[in-house]
Design a protein around this ligand. Structure first.
Ligand code: CU
Length: 123
């Protein structure tokens, strides 16, 4: 008879312990945050965000959501002109990626619509 109480006690303790662990999310392994590459949307003839902050070594991805084509070009009049930052004409859903290696502030624009301007701040 005594054995039954001991076994019942053990079962209750295990049950309560398991409940507390589950409640605290002990069994839910937190997945590391997905590190999506930084990205800029081209939409309605504008860069969104217009100014983006990234880390040195990051690859920034531009995606064109307009039906009109856009072409990304580094600002030649800027002290931080990047001669190799130049995309093809991006058609709808076309993408361009550029790896920023050096910290600094980089201005770019769309060579088809020069009023479209954007800034990349590399930290
Ligand atoms: Cu454009």
């Amino acid at each position: 008879m005594r054995k039954i109480f001991i076994i019942a006690g053990i079962i209750i303790i295990i049950g309560v312990g398991a409940y507390l662990i589950i409640k605290q999310g002990g069994f839910q392994k937190k997945l590391p945050e997905k590190s999506e590459p930084p990205s800029v949307k081209i939409e309605n003839f504008a860069f969104d965000p217009q100014s983006i902050r990234i880390k040195a070594g990051d690859i920034l991805i531009w995606t064109n959501y307009d039906t009109a084509p856009h072409k990304i070009l580094s600002d030649q009049s800027s002290a931080t002109y990047l001669p190799d930052l130049v995309s093809d004409e991006l058609s709808r859903l076309g993408q361009y990626g550029y790896k920023f290696n050096q910290p600094g502030t980089y201005n770019y624009y769309c060579s088809i619509h020069p009023d479209m301007k954007g800034t990349v701040i590399v930290e």
